[in-house]
Design a protein around this ligand. Structure first.
Ligand code: HEM
Ligand SMILES: *[C@@H]1O[C@H](CO)[C@@H](O)[C@H](O)[C@H]1NC(C)=O
Length: 323
């Protein structure tokens, strides 16, 4: 065989292998993965989560965000749940997570209930995907079928978390490329950002936007400045709702706010600042149904980022530590 022919032959082989990988990647997760091994799983998760969200509505938002921060760092593999130890540097102290992610104890409570019913069977990564959906639904958001079968990582990467999680100081092109790196389109990024219809942010996350940006409604800026002093670290942890009307109710207010220049984060307002996402923001601002459908579809896609499956990874006994 000439070099040229063998080159062509190996290209053909590689294509077939790639196709197989793509096919199996699509077939890896499935909605009925635990149908026989843990048939009550979804009811257990929902009934453990519901009273927690009734007590603290914000938890629905916090757990949705936790799933995002899991998926964006080496895939949806439960790595975000691992605690720091002498031998493992977890992701909880990465800049976007430190003193910001919350709800880890609720994951522990749910995992304990799941273990009691189905020992060593359900991954922490899958539990996180389910609570992200259920938290959204409990706050009035859309529902979707959660593909399951993820396995848990035995390692984490604080460095990757610092690189891969988008910063609130990002401009539009940085946001688009951060999501493109994870296989998500700009439109999916805009739909997923609608998560900011629920939950809270700390003054340290939005201070530069309310003091130094010009693409912000001045009375909104003044209102936010009243509880967020200009000079760090004063008031750093003071909270403000990401969506000023209804932080505990999932809806399209977030987009209406962007159109009115009332985005809380610099990154939020970048989605409606004369760039490529303006039209979609406008559309979602007066088409809640389109937003809900696109959000649900994008959540399924985000939940599919590089899962560990088959014999990779493990089913953690305790979400905070590898077995
Ligand atoms: C587009 C890029 C994004 C950036 C730059 C960003 C940034 C942030 C920041 C800075 C906060 C406030 C953190 C704090 O001050 O403690 C926050 C909160 C939040 N984010 Fe995002 N985010 C983005 C996308 C997403 C996505 C894709 C989701 C979910 C799918 C999400 C869900 C949330 C939720 C629910 C909260 C409120 C959490 C709570 O109240 O505990 N975000 N985000
Ligand atoms: C606003 O910008 C100035 C000049 O870059 C900077 O010194 C200041 O710290 C910024 N203020 C805030 C609140 O971000």
């Amino acid at each position: 065989m000439s070099t040229w022919q063998s080159g062509k032959f190996s290209v053909a082989i590689v294509s077939v292998i790639c196709l197989l990988i793509i096919c199996s990647a699509n077939a890896q997760l499935s909605a009925n993965y635990y149908a026989s091994s843990c048939p009550r799983l979804q009811r257990i998760v929902r009934s453990a989560l519901t009273p927690e969200v009734r007590k603290d509505r914000r938890l629905g938002a916090s757990l949705l965000r936790m799933h995002f921060h899991d998926c964006f760092v080496n895939g949806c593999d439960g790595s975000v749940l691992l605690d720091d130890t002498d031998t493992l540097t977890g992701e909880k102290n990465a800049f976007p997570n430190r003193n910001s992610l919350r709800g880890f104890d609720v994951i522990d409570t749910i995992k304990t209930r799941v273990e009691a019913a189905c020992k060593d069977t359900v991954s922490c990564a899958d539990i996180l995907a389910l609570v992200a959906r259920d938290g959204t639904v409990l706050l009035g958001g859309p529902s979707w079928t959660v593909p399951l079968g993820r396995r848990d990582a035995t390692t984490a990467s604080q460095m990757q978390a610092n690189i891969d999680l988008p910063s609130p100081a990002s401009d539009l092109s940085a946001l688009i490329s951060s999501f493109a790196n994870k296989g998500l389109t700009a439109a999916e990024m805009t739909a997923l950002s609608g998560s900011h219809t629920i939950g809270q942010a700390q003054c340290s996350s939005f201070r530069p936007h309310i003091y130094n940006d010009t693409n912000i409604d001045s009375s909104f800026a003044a209102t936010r400045q009243s509880n967020c002093p200009a000079t760090a670290p004063s008031g750093d942890t003071n909270l403000a709702p990401l969506d000023l009307q209804s932080p505990n109710q999932f809806g399209s207010n977030y987009y209406q706010n962007l159109v009115a220049k009332r985005g809380l984060l610099h990154s939020d307002q970048e989605l409606y600042n004369g760039g490529s996402q303006d039209a979609l923001v406008k559309k979602y601002s007066n088409n809640n149904r389109a937003f809900r459908n696109d959000f649900a579809a994008a959540m399924i896609k985000m939940g599919n980022i590089s899962p560990l499956t088959g014999t990779d990874g493990e089913i953690r006994k305790n979400c905070r530590v590898p077995n």
